[in-house]
Design a protein around this ligand. Structure first.
Ligand code: GTP
Length: 386
């Protein structure tokens, strides 16, 4: 036997959880500044849900003009905000216009329904629209999560709580047709309400936890990226490049070879001394931009220091490395640096080396490529040497 106190306590617990979740999302957005727009949308979604449920719980206590129509519109708005926030978290695009249009249309429709006596049609509208909005968000999340981004893949089933919420709302609508005697009041001590409220409680927790987990993943990926990138050129920094090199060397004994290209810009000090440090920085960025199209997805392009760069080419022999390096050399040579209305010719010297089974470590390969690069310098620069 379910008592009114049980359903009311469950309702209060959901309001409390949604309210707390709203505060946590505000903190993530404003204090931690993680995915701020999507986090704010999540804060608003939880806040709107909490207020809508509170107005529902206070029906009969608050004036009708406040407790009914505004509460229903807020409930729909909370689903629309959820639908806007989810793509913001999974694909970084906040999609709010379709949701706003649905809320406006639903508000008008609800305005046309008389709020007296039987409120089942109002509840059917809210539950159907809520189910549709949440299902759309769930499908968008499933698709967004299934994709691989920058080598990371977040499991699509993390979108399941949203899909379950949609099913739950749809079930509430279906129940109102199957059981014509049921009332739309969530406080009624019925079996259906009891199960519905328990499910809503668990799903509210689960959905907030999974979305917060996704936001944290974004933060971790951003930190990982900051740790492995050179801030000026956005190539790998020395540490990350050395790691990639060690990894490639570990595969050498298992039959997967690799080659290295060392790149050193020519007469860079002269450029810096004549045009200034900012021009030198621009030249470094320009060279990296020009060379990017020569670098495959599996290759690793890193800045080893100053104006020296390295490219790790897995599954490549010396002939392949020579082709890549020659193409790179020609590209750098082709475009001068345009700085304050004048052209400054750019070029770089290239040294290449192929890893051999006898190489005890990647350092040996690096040293050979380095020595080849110094030979290129001594031969007048702007050449490739093996
Ligand atoms: N603008 C800028 N300059 C840098 C950076 N890192 C190192 N440099 C400068 O790069 C110059 C490298 O000079 P050198 O090692 O003599 O080499 P170079 O002038 O290119 O001479 P060669 O290699 O023999 O052609 C130095 O003046 C460094 O100060 C950087 O991040 N930005």
């Amino acid at each position: 036997m379910i008592t009114p106190a049980q359903t009311q306590t469950l309702l209060a617990a959901i309001i409390f959880i949604a309210g707390m979740a709203a505060l946590v999302w505000v903190a993530l957005a404003l204090v931690a500044r993680i995915a701020p727009r999507a986090s704010l949308a999540m804060a608003c979604a939880n806040g709107a849900a909490a207020v809508a449920l509170l107005l529902h719980a206070l029906r009969g206590v608050l004036p009708d003009a406040l407790a009914y129509w505004p509460g229903d519109v807020l409930a729909v708005a909370s689903f629309a905000l959820l639908g806007a926030a989810v793509p913001g978290i999974t694909t970084r695009q906040l999609v709010w216009k379709p949701g706003a249009a649905v809320v406006a249309a639903t508000a008008l429709l609800l305005l046309a329904l008389p709020y007296d006596g039987d409120l089942r049609w109002q509840a059917r509208v809210v539950n159907t629209v809520g189910a549709g909005l949440t299902l759309a968000a769930g499908i968008a999340a499933w698709r967004g999560l299934g994709r691989t981004a920058k080598g990371h893949r977040t499991p699509a089933p993390l979108a399941l709580p949203l899909i379950f919420i949609a099913l739950m709302m749809a079930a509430r609508c279906v129940e109102s047709f199957i059981q014509p005697g049921s009332t739309p009041d969530l406080r009624e001590p019925t079996e259906f309400n009891h199960v519905f409220l328990w499910t809503a409680l668990v799903l509210t927790l689960l959905q907030n936890a999974t979305l917060a987990f996704l936001v944290m993943m974004r933060l971790i990926l951003r930190i990982e990226r900051l740790l492995e990138r050179d801030p000026l050129t956005d190539t790998l920094n020395r540490r990350a490049f050395d790691q990639a090199l060690e990894h490639a060397h570990a595969w050498l004994q298992r039959g997967r070879g690799y080659a290295l290209v060392m790149i050193d810009m020519d007469r860079f000090k002269q450029l810096n001394d004549t045009l200034g440090h900012a021009a030198g920085d621009a030249a470094l960025r320009q060279m990296v931009r020009e060379l990017q199209p020569c670098v495959r997805e599996v290759d690793r392009f890193g800045r080893l220091g100053g104006e020296e760069f390295g490219v790790l080419l897995p599954d490549t022999d010396i002939a392949g490395a020579a082709l890549v390096a020659e193409r790179m050399r020609a590209l750098v040579d082709m475009t001068p640096l345009r700085w304050l209305e004048q052209d400054w010719p750019l070029s770089a010297s290239f040294g290449i080396a192929e890893a051999e089974r006898g190489d005890a470590s990647a350092d040996a390969v690096l040293a050979r490529a380095d020595a080849a690069m110094y030979r290129a310098k001594s031969q007048g620069r702007n050449v490739v040497q093996a």
